[in-house]
Design a protein around this ligand. Sequence first.
Ligand code: ADP
Ligand code: DP6
Length: 336
Amino acid sequence: MTTYTSSWIRAYTNIALIKYWGKADEALKLPKNNSISLTLDGFYTDTLVQFDSRFTADTLTIDGQEQRGAALKKAKIILDLVREIADIDLKAKITSLNYVPTAAGLASSASGLAALAGAASNALELKLSDAELSRLARRGSGSASRSIFGGFVEWEKGDSDVTSVAKQLDSASWDIGMLFIILDSRQKAVSSSEGMSRTVATSVFYPAWLETIEWDLADMRQAITDQNIQQVGEIAERNALKMHGTNLGANPPFTYWSADSLRAMEQVRQLRQEGYTVYFTMDAGPNVKLIGTSQELKEIKERLSKYYDPAQLILAQPGPGLTVLPEHVHTDITPN
Ligand code: ADP
Ligand code: DP6
């Protein structure tokens, strides 16, 4: 009998300020462009992986629900890679807890697959470097490559498995945060993978996205170096709008925006008129994320509470990279 002792690993979500939108290689998940994100403390995933010769199949449970289909398939990509590195063929049991709504454009795939990469490597005592973990997480979900690191992170697109890797740009130990407006936490109709591949294949606007991305990236790096929240916000907002614009040019066209998203964007513009330095970004779902200083976001949360339930408004600060949890956390959870 072969058993390994493993620890729970926590990974935090990240929200892109310059979006990853389009793959150059679907299998390796090599992106068409670099992206820049902020890792946040508000939403995260805790995962435990156990390899054992008594298991007859790989299993994945998220919040106690056994997953089959696409989620298990994605998880197996990571399991197969670590099995190859460790040169074993044991099956694994993955137990995962999402402190983030799953598949709602709140980046559960980023925290979920980063936590899985960390936990699978931990379970086999592989001692991978952060760069190696970033590559491993990328194979599960592109944006997960960035959740290995805390603060501001840039994912270098590269042109091979080795060169496509994320790194920390800045620890974000200055005053910047996000306020999430959760408008709908149900699973979205068009997944990010499907949305981006349809856009790359058919959108008449996609070439313009690629033609202008280097400017956005350079401007964002400078804004982060300068700790200039207004610049960070302005560039992030225009980059997000451009990404969502490419979806309207796809065939068939699609959008992640709902009427409530448009209303939230309008509220942000109104707050700017009133003097707040606040901007928004959006991902593959209807939820809107505001970018600002912690004091202003706190005030804005208060102001917006007349339109939204308290549970719809969540403040987040910059968060750390992958974390090994101490033994006393989750002692109440029996991996099923
Ligand atoms: P999101 O906007 O939440 O990232 P996606 O559709 O891009 O939505 O990704 C959701 C998918 O990510 C899930 O269907 C599942 O495959 C994967 N995922 C989410 N959470 C976990 C987890 N804790 N462990 C493993 N995979 C996960
Ligand atoms: C809009 O990383 O979920 O959130 O690599 O296909 O799993 P796959 O896609 P995923 O896409 C994220 C897209 C985005 C932008 C971003 O996070 O950069």
